[in-house]
Write a protein that binds this ligand. Structure first.
Ligand code: UDP
Ligand code: MN
Length: 493
């Protein structure tokens, strides 16, 4: 049946919130706000510039949506938005892969809608194996993966397919607009972002430089090359997906697969791009609503390690320096993934860093030591979230990089990102150490490692934590006390 004849009210009503039930409990977003919206509600057209296409020359796509216990209202809106916002000739089918949700009817009922096919796992597989199952069942030449709580916007599909028609090795994402998890308001996202990561290998959005933004403003429809894709929403030529090794079937549940496919596509000769004329909204939320068989930390780390071990060559050491606890999580056998890398004659990670993500600072390049700066068993120097002009203190080591990630370079600077430890009030007793812009000529930013002391160059003062509670880390006359003993987790010290 066409979706307009679908019993939206009955479908959603059957799983309505019970009286007094926490609106966030099942989905970690406000289910009530979602349930109250019509499945074909209108959303603002958030495109910055408009374009037209010759639909007759575009390939059709199979849309693949995997889900585990998705709210019915968001799942239905995902499907309906695909049907209403795409030229019908370009949608071959919509393949829902039910990853063993508690209620099989969530999907079965939707199979009545035109073009919708439903496959159900008989055990929880996770999103990677579920997507592969959907991809294997797809009959169209292009695969389009979507999360189960999205809304496609006007003409979202044509620019994605056009790019793939021009270049089958382009793997393309829309700009991902924000559907507010509390009130379901649809808000346009910035067109000046691309995907990246730090050495902890957690996905983040990077702002383009001012220079790039200027360059783009004169030609805003040009695809944005992105080092990393967010992961949930993208289109890819089906034969290219298969040639490059689909996904890593040994990854479970969620996480790390976007890292893996990003390295793989770039290193094996393809491109990852954000197509600015394509907009799809996604419900971003703060927690996962579903269980993680095996524990969320372990599963995420295992998946990430598999990506790092296959694709990052020796650069994986920076990941282990940033997240030392990862070493303890077994990652299993990766031989078949290494074989994919060999078979496709993929480039080394150093090529990726130089050509795709030069903005990622490589600590080892100028660093003598890096990682976290530890004292005793479990205390680490931490920026405590302070930025320029802030002091630093001690915090329990969390081995996750971030505020505890430092490096010491050949210029003798102790750096945190673009900031350097600086003897704030000069070279004297009690001088507070501050985070200031790095300046190789600033003598108050030069430190030397002397056994386990960190001594301000040409002075008799050492980094000392004895007044940490009151003022943070300070300089104090070098002595043998425990409060002056430091050790970088990686490198020479
Ligand atoms: N998903 C799945 N099986 C799982 C975990 C997740 O099919 O074991 C689906 C989930 O329903 C969603 C997609 O994978 O459609 C991505 O998950 P999620 O939206 O939780 O990730 P996020 O967008 O928060 O990164
Ligand atoms: Mn999602």
């Amino acid at each position: 049946i066409p979706w307009r004849d679908f019993d939206e009210v009955g479908y959603i009503g059957a799983t309505a919130l019970r009286h007094g039930e926490d609106k966030y409990k099942r989905n970690k977003f406000n289910q009530q706000a979602s349930d109250h919206l019509k499945c074909d509600r209108s959303i603002p057209d958030t495109r910055n510039s408009l374009q037209t296409w010759d639909v007759s020359r575009l390939p059709a796509t199979s849309v693949i949506v995997t889900y585990h216990n998705e709210a019915r209202s968001t799942l239905l809106r995902t499907v309906v938005s695909v049907l209403t916002k795409s030229p019908p000739s370009l949608i071959q089918d919509i393949i829902l892969v039910d990853d063993f949700s508690d209620n099989a009817e969530d999907g079965q009922l939707l199979a009545k809608i035109e073009k919708v096919r439903v496959l159900r796992n008989n055990q929880r597989e996770g999103l990677m194996r579920s997507r592969i199952k959907g991809a294997d069942a797809a009959t169209a030449p292009v695969l389009t993966f979507l999360d189960s709580h999205v809304e496609c916007n006007k003409h979202w599909l044509e620019p994605l397919l056009e790019r793939i028609a021009d270049d089958r090795t382009a793997v393309v994402s829309p700009i991902i607009d924000v559907i507010n998890m509390d009130n379901f308001e649809y808000v346009g996202a910035s067109a000046d972002l691309r995907g990246g990561f730090d050495w902890n290998l957690v996905f983040k959005w990077d702002y383009m430089t001012a220079e790039e933004r200027r360059r783009r403003s004169s030609n805003p429809i040009v695809p944005i090359a992105t080092p990393m894709i967010a992961g949930g929403l993208f289109s890819m030529d089906k034969s290219y997906f298969n040639q490059l090794g689909k996904y890593d079937t040994a990854m479970d549940v969620w996480g790390g697969e976007n890292l893996e496919i990003s390295f793989r596509v770039w290193q094996c000769g393809g491109r990852l791009e954000i197509i600015p004329c394509s907009r799809v909204g996604h419900v971003f939320r703060k927690q996962h609503p579903y269980t993680f068989p095996g524990g969320s930390g372990n599963v995420f780390t295992r998946n990430t390690r598999r990506a790092a071990e296959v694709w990052m060559d020796d650069y994986k050491e920076y990941y282990y320096a940033a997240v030392p606890s990862a070493r303890m999580v077994p990652f299993g056998d990766i031989e078949d993934r290494l074989e994919i890398r060999r078979r496709n004659q993929c480039k080394p990670f150093s090529w990726y860093l130089e050509n795709v993500y030069p903005e990622l600072r490589v600590p080892g390049k100028e660093a003598v030591s890096f990682g976290s700066i530890k004292q005793g068993n479990g205390q680490c120097i931490d920026t405590l979230g302070h930025v320029l002009n802030g002091n630093v203190g001690l915090y329990e080591c969390h081995d996750a990089g971030g505020n505890q990630e430092f490096s010491m370079n050949k210029e003798m600077q102790i750096r945190h990102q673009e900031l350097c430890f600086t003897a704030g009030e000069g070279s004297r007793e009690g001088s507070v150490v501050k985070l200031m812009h790095c300046d190789v000529n600033n003598i108050l930013q030069k430190f030397e490692q002397n056994k386990s002391q960190l001594r301000l160059f040409k002075s008799m003062y050492c980094l000392d934590s004895s007044h940490e509670q009151e003022t943070g880390i300070v300089l104090s006359k070098c002595n043998h006390s425990r409060t002056q003993q430091w050790r970088f987790t990686m490198g020479e010290s």
